[in-house]
Design a protein around this ligand. Structure first.
Ligand SMILES: [Zn+2]
Length: 424
């Protein structure tokens, strides 16, 4: 076992143990992964033969295998327990942070996150985060700048000036939030720290905007479901964290991963619906391993509602809250008034597309076609999430598309895509 408590005993031990997990050639990578695949399979009493090599694993597990896979996206973002051994959880979080800050030589300062708030009176404030965000490592000075749909160009400019004075270690946000800055402010005097993009696919136009306006850009992804994660190095390669999981292509093009360190839930050959082209080789940064030559996961874009703006991440989080029965109280009252006691529609994936007249196409895929009442509820919900009312709003069209995501794969609750809004 490479992970053990002693590594925290001194800074030098920590660094030494981390550096062992950066591979420089194929032999070291292969033997490390082979050893860990065998170990994790044996832990779950899964037959893993010594002879057939790395591709000999059981049938894939998909996110819909809810009985087998009990999981969540973070330690605190769910009502369900996160099934991951706590000491590994902290260690791996620290490792993620160390890996990309080490590569980009980022050492000092606070971390600032952007966070959309549903509750208008709470917004446009920089708040110290008392409860640490595990995904950014422990014992870090962390702040969240909270904003809401009433954001204006001058509020955004003030925020950027606050950051310029504060000089954080880096700013973390989702690509749709970068698009919000791009739309409201456009280019500005370059900020002297890095931008860390996470949570959604970082498409080229947004990436270029970030490069023009921040000292450096790191695209990173961390999926606790299955251990799949990557970060971009200074040579802009999307390095897969081979030390945490074994990642490769499934037969239909989606990415499969086997998590080496989740010993509570067997993420063996697990598909989280991301797609990508995986290659392997030595990078200019000195790391040997697998990397994404291209990658596509979830994506959400900025949407306009009258004179207000809602970034895609906020739409997704509100719609997901709807499926998790955590409704905005105003919406809950509207639905009860209209439908009496209702059952939440769940288990769907969706795309959102806004047309020039601000009307919305909401396209979903689910294991069954929604009935008339369910569809009407969904329409009200989408109207409310985007326009904050269900009356006199631009039209919302609900469409069913059985081939929305990953041909043949059945719906996963949190997958989404927003195609760029035509209303902006
Ligand atoms: Zn590299």
């Amino acid at each position: 076992m490479i992970l053990h408590g002693e590594i925290f005993s001194s800074y030098e031990n920590w660094i030494r143990s981390r550096e062992r997990l950066i591979f420089r050639n194929k032999d070291v990578l292969d033997s490390y992964q082979y050893f860990n695949l065998k170990r994790i399979c044996s832990h779950f009493a899964i037959d893993y033969q010594t002879a057939p090599g790395l591709d000999y694993l059981p049938e894939p597990l998909f996110k819909d295998n809810a009985v087998t896979l009990r999981t969540s996206g973070s330690k605190s973002g769910t009502q369900r327990p996160y099934l991951f051994p706590t000491r590994y959880y902290s260690l791996i979080e620290q490792h993620h942070l160390w890996r990309f800050t080490h590569e980009h030589q980022i050492r000092h300062g606070a971390v600032v996150l952007l966070g959309y708030s549903n509750f208008d009176n709470n917004a446009h404030k920089l708040l110290e985060i008392k409860q640490r965000y595990a995904s950014l490592g422990l014992n870090n000075d962390q702040w969240m700048w909270r904003y809401n749909r009433n954001i204006t160009p001058s509020i955004m400019r003030d925020f950027l000036e606050t950051l310029r004075v504060m000089k954080p270690r880096f700013l973390v946000c989702q690509p749709s939030q970068l698009d919000l800055i791009r739309y409201l402010v456009g280019d500005f005097e370059k900020l002297p720290f890095h931008l860390v993009s996470t949570g959604e696919t970082l498409y080229p136009s947004t990436l270029e905007f970030a490069k023009r306006n921040f000292a450096g850009v790191i695209d990173k992804m961390r999926c606790w479901d299955g251990g799949l994660s990557f970060y971009t190095c200074r040579a802009e390669r999307k390095h897969i964290n081979d030390e945490l999981c074994y990642v490769y292509h499934g037969s239909t093009g989606h990415v499969l991963s086997t998590d080496f360190y989740n010993t509570c839930t067997p993420f063996i050959k697990y598909a989280n619906y991301d797609r990508g082209v995986i290659k392997e080789g030595l990078c200019d940064c000195g790391v040997y391993g697998r990397y994404f030559d291209s990658f596509e996961g979830g994506h959400a874009t900025l949407v306009k509602a009258g004179s207000q703006f809602i970034d895609g991440g906020a739409i997704v989080s509100e719609i997901t809250a709807f499926f998790n029965s955590r409704l905005h109280p105003d919406l809950q009252n509207t639905l009860i008034e209209k439908y009496g006691r209702f059952r939440i529609v769940s288990g769907i994936i969706f795309h959102v597309h806004q047309r020039a007249d601000q009307s919305i196409d909401f396209t979903y895929q689910a294991s069954h076609l929604l009935n008339e009442v369910e569809e009407s509820m969904l329409k009200d919900m989408v109207s409310f999430v985007i326009f904050r009312t269900t009356a006199n709003v631009p039209e919302v069209r609900i469409n069913f598309n059985p081939n929305l995501w990953s041909e043949g794969l059945r719906g996963s609750r949190n997958k989404f895509q927003c195609i760029e809004s035509e209303a902006l």
